[in-house]
Design a protein around this ligand. Sequence first.
Ligand code: PMP
Length: 405
Amino acid sequence: MLEIDKIRNNFPILNQTVNNKPLIYLDNGATTQKPKQVIEIIEKMYSEYNSNIHRGVHFLSNKSTEIYENARNIVKDFINAEKREEIIFTKGTTDAINLVAFSFGEKFIHENDEIIVAETEHHSNIVPWQMLCESKKAVLKVISADKNGELQLDEYKKILNKNTKMVAVAHVANSIGIINPIQEIIDEAHKIGAKVLIDGAQSIQHKNIDVQELNCDFFVFSGHKMYAETGIGVLYGKKGLLEEMPPYQGGGDMIKSVSFEKTEFAGLPLKFEAGTSNYVAAISMGEAINFINSVGIENIEKYETELLKYAEEKLSSIDGLTIYGKSKHKTSAISFLLNGIHHYDTGMIIDKLGIAVRTGAHCAEPTMKHFGITGTVRASFAIYNTKEEVDKLIEGINKVKMMLG
Ligand code: PMP
């Protein structure tokens, strides 16, 4: 049994009132709160060890570098990558996808090649591919979702063909919480020689990820959604592929030697880390993973799945409430609307009760269009949420119904 009270006590921000009510934070899909150990490591970095990494021979620079590179090792072990060079620190998921779209695209995408994304993607996993298709005269194809929001594998198999070079799909759809069948998606793509990028922004904090077992070519995620700081993310890529890809940006740290005649690039992973990276945030990500490991990712998955089931049952029993995204395979997010009530109105009234939920299109306009709506209310959970908080959410929703229904 997890001691959720103890875990909650580690998150100082949760211990406050909002609108004179105890804060109930259910917007974890957007960003999670930070445990004390992450806040403390950031403070320690700036009060004891701060110095630019990979730059100096002096004590502080060596110390910063050592802690930064150790964070890379922690990430490598967390997702079971084979080699540390396969872990590239980026600004976040969006930055990692743009890196792959640009660099992989530069090398491997040509006129009439095809790239596949899913209908339920976040804009971050649509727009960079659209931009690439535009510049290379390639074609973007879409795996459609069924009426519940589940991806239609039959449709996917039909659009895969010898021109497909890249399949980019989310592990978990951020707007509706459905876990996509990525293993089948990866295996099918590989049969025809296409590469696969998995957007793990909404799975890394909820599920055990083993990139070698998945055999995906790229896996990307953001630190701030997994209890770490903002401004940091990870691109995992298979070493052989990353080696073949050109740098995304040029500058300091990504070179071996520079002259006006010729520049030689550094090897992996630095080839893709131009400029001063957000090394303190990367270190915070290492510490966030230490936190997750101390609870156990399997324990987190089990607890959050139970919480989601509880929330789904309770929400389903409310008259006039529609849940968007129905599947046996879901994690940690539930999207809904009250009949005839705008999602913003629901969100604003619930906020008066101290409850933070997300309202809007969740950067997934095509998903909203699929359901014929403009947005939803989304409650998304993290390890510190409780059934009591779900009960308060239900009370809040009933209040909205009473006031506006
Ligand atoms: N993909 C998914 C599935 C997401 O949920 C998000 C964040 N909402 C992103 C990509 C973009 O992440 P970031 O803003 O941290 O780059």
